[in-house]
Design a binder for this molecule. Structure first.
Ligand code: OAD
Length: 272
């Protein structure tokens, strides 16, 4: 066993002893719920529980590429709410920034499309946006890029934008990854990095969507894996050095920061 015990104090000691210098962080929608953005699968508050008005055959259809091809309107009805807006990063986002500032972050893998990690100060090159983002959009047929201003207009007006090439006219979609689509190349280029990490922190994700859900499996057996999440997920907890913090991630990162002696620094970084 690598840790003295499966506690937050043992994780903090591991970090303070300098044994965690390459920390890999994996996140999902749960790290942004306290910013006011719903997650997907929480029973009452999650996005999928609140889509009745769209008359979908099943909730995930709103992000399914074959459904979108025939029926793009439900996605565009929702796009306004999903579009990165005036949300403030949470203290959990700032905690990831703090790890980077201390030179301890190897890579952040996020499934989120809200760009709040970047907003909190984590540099672009440290982030793998596994499910893409709203930063660019293109035609789903000929892949031609589509201008930002026209996209913003379409989202505001809840209309479906079409490819500008006369011979094409395909549907345009933000480059967020839909079910049935390939993840970005940068995901596949980095997916073995967890094997090089000396500590793994998983936060705010149900780990239900593949291939992202497999990332924690690539950590070596000797690498402690910390889960900060409301519910137990994936195989976290099954290894000798897994530490489960089943709680709100904002309170979890505060506890971990406090145990490391970083709490004041974290709070002021978040307040900036
Ligand atoms: P989910 O909604 O599936 O899971 C969110 C997880 O975060 C759940 O386990 C919650 O219990 C937990 N959670 C919620 N609020 C929390 C809080 N304040 N503190 C700690 N934990 C909290 O979201 P993701 O795992 O991100 O993909 O979903 C994965 C993918 O499914 C998304 O990227 C999206 C979706 O369909 C696509 O659309 C392709």
């Amino acid at each position: 066993e690598t840790l003295e015990s499966r506690t937050v104090e043992a994780v903090a000691k591991f970090i303070k002893d300098g044994r965690a210098q390459r920390i890999v962080v994996m996140t999902g929608a749960g790290i942004s719920t306290s910013a006011g953005i719903p997650d997907f699968r929480s029973p009452d508050t999650g996005l999928y529980a609140n889509l009745a008005r769209l008359n979908l055959p099943y909730a995930e259809a709103v992000f399914d590429i074959s459904y979108f091809r025939n029926n793009p309107l439900p996605f565009y009805t929702l796009a306004q709410e999903l579009y990165p807006g005036n949300y403030r990063p949470t203290i959990t986002h700032s905690f990831i920034h703090l790890l980077h500032k201390k030179g301890l972050l190897l890579k952040l893998f996020t499934q989120n499309i809200d760009c709040l990690e970047r907003e909190a100060g984590v540099p672009d090159e440290m982030i793998v946006e596994a499910h893409g983002s709203f930063a660019r959009q293109s035609c789903i047929e000929c892949k031609s890029p589509y201008p930002d201003d026209l996209m913003q207009k379409a989202i505001r007006e809840k209309t479906v934008p079409k490819c500008l090439r006369e011979t094409c006219g395909g549907l345009v979609k933000p480059e967020i990854v839909f079910f049935g689509e390939q993840l970005p190349a940068e995901f596949f280029a980095n997916r073995m990095l967890p094997a090089e990490a000396d500590l793994c922190i998983v936060m705010g994700t149900s780990l239900t969507v593949q291939p992202f859900a497999s990332l924690p499996l690539f950590c070596r057996e000797a690498t402690p894996r910390v889960l900060i999440n409301m519910d137990p997920v994936g195989d976290l907890g099954s290894r000798a050095d897994d530490v489960l913090m089943l709680e709100d991630c904002d309170s979890g990162v505060r506890r971990l920061a406090e145990a490391c002696g970083w709490l004041e620094e974290l709070e002021s970084l978040w307040a900036e």
